[in-house]
Write a protein that binds this ligand. Structure first.
Ligand SMILES: O=C(O)C(=O)C[C@]1(C(=O)O)C=C[C@@H](O)C=C1
Length: 297
């Protein structure tokens, strides 16, 4: 199945098409995690005010927040956040230097931005887990050099490289999670009458039950396990034989699966439900009535 973005192709609300984008983003997320896992945890990068050099020019946030702000400032000028599948982590960004693109209005107007939750679970749960391997091999190297001390084990000083990769991981997870809005719009449009009573009664549980597809989730997790296993192995040529017992993975495969199971899928569902909850905002009774009677595409 071809993987298209929301702009291309015939039916922007085809669930198959939207799911093909989600599948492609799995690769982006796994590869960016593998890259980040080559560096140490570097916890200092996530602590607000930890760098005197940033405080000196008046920036009070963390090293990562500084990276996000600088990168997003530039990307905002290039219209990145006018696209309905792109959301910034920083606020007070500049206006684009180009006039707005004439994008088709696929989504219902909304202000949902799940990035604060993404940033928080990424820093608290993901970075410490995926960098464990890098930290262990780093400490083995240091031990071999006779350097022993708690600091060396988790800080390799590569703050620029690590933060660049953090931004890549965060942007790909953010895109994936916010694609939940397209999934939700597609499901709503297929059968508005099923959703409208629960939207009106603000019944989150009923809406979540309607959008949940256990078999799709199960298949996703199986596929992800296979992908993460394959991508994290070193490929050897015909003449090289893998050394027995020396298969060192580039990333903790279970960590990747857990990231999806515990964070990415639940947060995508939260975005789907939040989107549905504002799906009737500003519509008149007559418009909602007409929607209720429409049978979808
Ligand atoms: O594919 C869908 O129908 C989705 O809603 C996306 C998704 C996911 O996050 O991957 C979320 C909820 C469903 O239970 C299945 C999968």
């Amino acid at each position: 199945m071809p993987s298209l973005n929301f702009m291309t192709g015939e039916d922007p609300l085809s669930l198959d098409r939207i799911r093909s984008v989600l599948t492609r983003l799995e690769d982006t997320i796994i590869f960016s995690l593998i890259e980040r896992a080559q560096f140490a945890h570097n916890p200092r990068m996530y602590q607000r005010g930890a760098f005197k050099e940033l405080r000196d020019f008046g920036f009070q946030g963390s090293w990562l927040e500084w990276f996000l702000k600088e990168i997003e400032t530039f990307h905002a000028k290039a219209r990145r956040y006018q696209s309905p599948d792109e959301y910034p982590f920083s606020s007070d960004l500049p206006e684009p230097v180009l006039p707005p693109l004439d994008l088709p209005a696929i989504l219902f107007p909304n202000k949902i931005n799940a990035n604060p939750s993404i940033l928080s679970f990424y820093i608290c749960a993901i970075v410490p887990r995926i960098t464990r391997r890098a930290t262990l091999s780093l400490s083995a190297k240091k031990r071999a050099q006779g350097i022993i001390g708690s600091e060396e084990y988790e800080d390799d000083g590569n703050y620029g490289s690590s933060a660049t990769l953090d931004v890549e991981v965060l942007q790909s997870i953010s895109k994936r999670v916010h694609y939940g809005k397209f999934v939700s719009e597609a499901k709503f449009t297929q059968n508005p009458a099923a959703f409208i009573p629960h939207i009106r009664s603000r019944n989150r549980k009923a809406l979540e039950d309607l959008i949940t597809k256990p078999e799709v989730e199960r298949q996703l997790l199986v596929r992800l396990q296979k992908k993460a296993t394959t991508y994290s192995e070193d490929v050897v040529s015909d003449s090289e034989l893998p050394v027995e017992g020396k298969c060192s993975r580039k990333i903790d495969v279970d960590g990747v699966v857990d990231l999806y199971e515990s964070y990415i899928i639940p947060l995508t569902k939260e975005v789907e439900v939040d989107y549905l909850l504002c799906r009737l905002d500003g519509l008149s009774e007559e418009e909602v009535d007409a929607l209720s009677k429409s049978k979808g595409p």
